[in-house]
Design a protein around this ligand. Sequence first.
Ligand code: NAP
Length: 297
Amino acid sequence: MTTKRTGLIGWPVAHSLSPKIHAYWIKQYGLDATYELFPTPPELLEKTFSELRRNGVTGFNITIPHKQTSMKFIDAVDAVATRIGAVNAVSLRQGMLHSTNTDAYGFMKNLESSPKWSDSALKNVLILGAGGAARAAIVALKDAGCKNLIICNRTNDTAAELARELHAENITWEEKNSHLAEVTLLINATSLGMTGKSPLEIDLSKLYNRAIVHDIVYAPLNTPLLAAAAARGNPTVDGLGMLLYQAQAAFAIWHGITPEVTPELRAHVLDHAGDASPLRHSEPGERAVSPRSGAEG
Ligand code: NAP
């Protein structure tokens, strides 16, 4: 039997947590498989695709900055990835590259697996951001039955276009504080609050006191938004679970086993994030200092 090769295309990818997650499960299930890094600058993307196809890899993840541009090198893109407009998991079957987007699954599964979760949080959702991660989150929220979804983004044209495309509402960046009293789920899907970036400027004083606050940024784990929300007693959900669950879905596609996302896996990823990782700077009240993000998404 030949070793199954899987891995990750991105640029840069050196600090990705995905190898740690996949290696943990490969070992746990005793599989003859690898998860490798395929660092690929944009100008070499096409070449990497043909090499991986020729070498007969089982599958690979795609991360920043290739989630959208990779679509043209893939033979079959499934419905969820088409709606999101980006791919993050590819599998090679009978010489054909098939792809999907497991971020939407990862996003929703992370929320639903949280002990803080309640379906009533889907009543009035405000999502900040209109980039790739926001698109995946919005598709997931719509599929979960969310009817009242407001998109708010620094560049309003992007949010307005996305709201039209995915049948949601739109408010401007300046209006975000004035909607918080009715919000049952507040999501940060911008890169604000991430290590090396500015914090998200938002006034939570009017936020509904039972609103769940979710930050998809996971480096640091305890973002300034989550810290501020927890300080006023709102339930919070961090973004690490989204990374773990999107990996779970990809692993299931490639190996035919749905691995468990456990507290032990979470601890393993945190323990093995490395001294320089932004995840190491995630204790409440502690602010990360590294200018490098180390995060993938
Ligand atoms: P992206 O496509 O580049 O989108 C970035 C978003 O952040 C856009 O909405 C952008 O607004 C906004 N933004 C950036 N700088 C801003 C600023 N100074 N003020 C206000 N808004 C600003 O990135 P992405 O792929 O969506 O990723 C966003 C974040 O999610 C990253 O931190 C990433 O690590 C994280 N993520 C986490 C996971 C996970 O598994 N937990 C998965 C995917 C992504 P404009 O449109 O105005 O530029």
